[in-house]
Design a protein. Structure first.
Length: 388
């Protein structure tokens, strides 16, 4: 390496270090400024270092003035191009960063979709923005569920307050009548009081069951349950109730030997199906038919359906059928029950909500559709093989 080459390398290194030191000092001063400013400084520093090093090298090599200007102009245009690209990149990053900051500020406080960001942003910021948008949607959905649950709880408190206050007022009136001796039919009054107490007991039992289903699920022992046999048992237990209401209770099950077994708690599943059957009997006019059918779907899941002759459910109410306290009528006060069994089955609009809770706790689905002359409630549960 000759002396001229050594001189050029020494000058280039010296000026590069000087410009780098100056650039680092400027970056330190602007460290809390906008990212756009720091990127411009970071982009200008190597350009200035290259320009200073080439300028000193040109002087040391004693090349012609014409060639010197060609080199300098080339470097100048390259520096301008680099500066323009640095400004553009800084704009993209700063715009994306502000958008991310705006989304973070509104995350959890505003559930409306923010305005779409105009222009291009780097892939990393775009991915972060997408993640924030997904988080916003999840929070919005959770917020809606919380509002719906809170509204449902308030309705439940109001409905239960009414449904408990009414029979309590009736009990007080009957007891005062017995105490004053103004009631001649004492046995009838006692039967009425017992029927009222039975209905209140049913309401309390439903509230307890609903509270248990809404709480954190406890580990339960589950076994193979034959929906075929369960449907037969529920139909047998509700035959007398149906006969008293003037309703015929029919059972439709496959003729083969398939037990149509699912994995679950037999007591809970029995209660869910009993709620559906009792609800169908209450809303079917005398002379109508309630059908309980069990079959296996094409995907292997087991379906139990309860079809009534209630005349159908309004389309606007189909989504509210399983809400807590929903009854489908404007009158909250139930009519007096004819007997204790009917009193127990005339709950406070919690039967369908309990059925939904039981089915969902068994990894199943429950739904309702209108059919000719009535509606059909379907329960779909995974077969035993799905749990093995």
């Amino acid at each position: 390496m000759n002396k001229d080459m050594f001189t050029i390398l020494a000058l280039t290194t010296l000026w590069t270090l000087v410009v780098a030191a100056v650039g680092a000092a400027i970056l330190w001063q602007f460290r809390r400024r906008s990212l756009r400013v720091t990127m411009i400084v970071a982009g200008l520093a190597p350009m200035a270092a290259a320009l200073a090093a080439v300028l000193q090298s040109v002087r040391a090599m004693f090349i012609s003035q014409h060639d010197s200007w060609v080199v300098l102009w080339t470097l100048a245009f390259a520096a301008l191009l680099g500066l323009a690209m640095t400004v553009l990149l800084g704009h993209w990053i700063s715009t994306g960063s502000r958008d991310v900051g705006r989304r973070l500020r509104h995350l959890g406080t505003s559930y409306e979709a923010p305005e779409a960001l105009a222009g291009a942003v780097p892939a990393e910021l775009a991915e972060l923005t997408n993640e924030l948008e997904m988080t916003r949607k999840k929070l919005a959905a959770s917020h809606e569920r919380e509002r719906a649950l809170e509204s449902s709880r308030r309705e439940l408190v109001a409905f239960m307050s009414h449904d408990l206050r009414t029979p309590l007022a009736g009990l007080r009136a009957v007891s005062e009548g017995l105490e004053d001796g103004v009631i001649d039919d004492v046995p009838g009054a006692l039967r009425q009081m017992r029927s009222t107490v039975d209905r209140m007991t049913g309401l309390v039992d439903d509230l307890f069951e609903l509270s248990r289903l809404s709480a954190a699920p406890l580990p339960r022992r589950r076994s193979a349950v034959s929906l075929r046999e369960l449907a037969e048992d529920v139909a047998g237990e509700n035959n007398e109730h149906a006969r008293a209401e003037g309703v015929r209770l029919a059972l439709s099950i496959p003729k083969d030997d398939d037990r149509l077994a699912v994995q679950g708690d037999p007591d809970e599943l029995t209660r869910a199906v009993t709620n559906l059957v009792g609800n169908a009997i209450r809303h079917t006019a005398p002379g109508g038919v309630v059908t309980v059918s069990v079959d296996r779907e094409t995907d292997g899941r087991v379906r139990l359906a309860v079809t009534d002759a209630c005349g159908g459910i309004p389309t606007d109410d189909l989504e509210r059928v399983f809400d807590i306290g929903w009854r489908g009528d404007e009158q909250r006060t139930p009519e007096p029950a004819a007997n204790a069994d009917a009193a127990r089955s005339s709950g406070g609009g919690l039967g369908l909500a309990i059925a939904r809770g039981v089915v969902e706790s068994h990894d199943g689905n429950i739904g309702v559709t209108n059919v000719d002359g009535g509606c059909a409630f379907q329960i779909d549960l995974p077969p035993v093989a799905a749990h093995n």
